[in-house]
Design a protein around this ligand. Structure first.
Ligand SMILES: C[S@@+](CC[C@H](N)C(=O)[O-])C[C@H]1O[C@@H](n2cnc3c(N)ncnc32)[C@H](O)[C@@H]1O
Length: 336
């Protein structure tokens, strides 16, 4: 934080929700893809997007002032380096994430944060009477947006994860709560001798075929639907849990780990991929993801020692933490 003008800085932070919603609208309309590589007139973009020209111009100029787009003298807009990250073909696209976080059902949970802090209840459940997984199973269109957000976010982490850790020593990698399989597909693509099992809720894995096919790994990857509180597939020598445990409180996270413990072999490795909460005053991303978990899922981000305790309670020993150069760390554990 600059600290140069505290009043202006607080104003910027306080109004951050407006920027977030404006980016959500631009992402939902696919503005970054419509802009492409050339500066374009905002009325042309409005015609292509099928929206009100005057209102779109005001949205784009506000986001240009926020640094997402660049506006030139005659109402033509282009993408800045920040805006490029909204493109669907960007290496590290944030477009699907922006589309997800601004959805009205997410937004209304954040609108209830005060209640959450006053009572300790999870705002999402208070507002919707269900957890996000139940809610999305009843609203498949929201489930599809969420799964795309996970795949988009994973793109940012997968290459770094595959580069940071030697998966070639494994015969069979089981990705528990693996979504549409973006991480597992990258692991299998990098290591032709490794087989995979993608495990997630039946309605989620039903959408995984395209990701596995595009990576050319469908013939080496079994897809299994189920409930990780009850069981996980047997026979892996590595079990991945990427950004799964942070969705759950300690009792639920322990139950997921205990299910893994029941099915992992004595020589197996458990790889938990998560953000680690940093010391005081550092790492806005992890601490706001923690607030996200408090508001939406009822889970939490954790520090290394908290993972060590959770793992030990479920019969695992934390052996090592590998940094990936992204906010996600690889926490390696073995059954005890
Ligand atoms: C935050 S997402 C992470 C997805 C993926 N690992 C990634 O990093 O992109 C959590 C995943 O847990 C899955 N999940 C939630 N409840 C589950 C359950 N009871 N059994 C199996 N999977 C579940 C969700 O469907 C979702 O794909």
């Amino acid at each position: 934080m600059s600290g140069q003008n505290p009043y202006a800085e607080l104003m910027r932070l306080t109004n951050g929700y407006q920027v977030s919603q404006a980016i959500y609208v631009a992402a939902t309309l696919g503005i970054a893809d419509l802009l492409g590589d050339e500066p374009r007139d905002s009325d042309d973009i409005a015609a292509k997007a099928g929206v009100h020209p005057g209102s779109l111009y005001r949205l784009l100029r506000a986001l240009a002032a926020a640094g997402v787009f660049h506006e030139d003298a005659d109402r033509r807009f282009s993408l800045t380096a920040i805006g490029q990250c909204l493109r669907s073909d960007a290496d590290r696209t944030l477009g699907p994430w922006a589309e997800f976080v601004g959805r009205p059902y997410q937004w209304s949970a954040w609108g209830d944060l005060l209640h959450g802090v006053q009572t300790g209840e999870t705002p999402f459940r208070h507002v919707h009477g269900a957890d996000p997984w139940e809610y999305r199973s009843r609203h498949p269109e929201e489930g599809a947006i969420f799964d795309r957000a996970m795949t988009g976010m994973s793109r940012r982490m997968t290459q770094a994860t595959v580069a940071a850790y030697d998966f070639s020593r494994f015969r069979c990698v089981i990705d528990v709560g693996g979504g549409h399989g973006a991480l597992l597909a990258a692991v299998l693509a990098a290591h032709p001798s490794v087989r995979g099992v993608l495990f997630d809720q039946p309605g989620v894995v039903a959408g995984a075929a395209a990701v596995l096919r595009e990576a050319g790994v469908a013939d080496r990857c079994e897809v299994v639907g189920g409930n990780f509180f009850e069981r996980v597939p047997e026979g892996g020598d590595a079990y991945l849990l990427k950004t799964v445990l942070h969705d759950w409180d300690d009792a639920e996270a322990r139950a997921i780990l205990q299910a893994c413990r029941r099915f992992i072999g004595p020589e197996g490795k458990l790889l938990v991929l998560e953000r680690l909460v940093a010391p005081p005053n550092e790492d806005l991303e992890a601490k706001f993801f923690d607030l996200f978990m408090m508001t939406v899922t009822g889970g939490r981000e954790r520090a290394r020692e908290e993972f060590a305790t959770l793992l030990a309670d479920a019969g695992f020993r934390l052996d090592a933490v590998t940094r990936t150069g992204t906010p996600i760390c690889i926490i390696e554990a073995a059954p005890i």
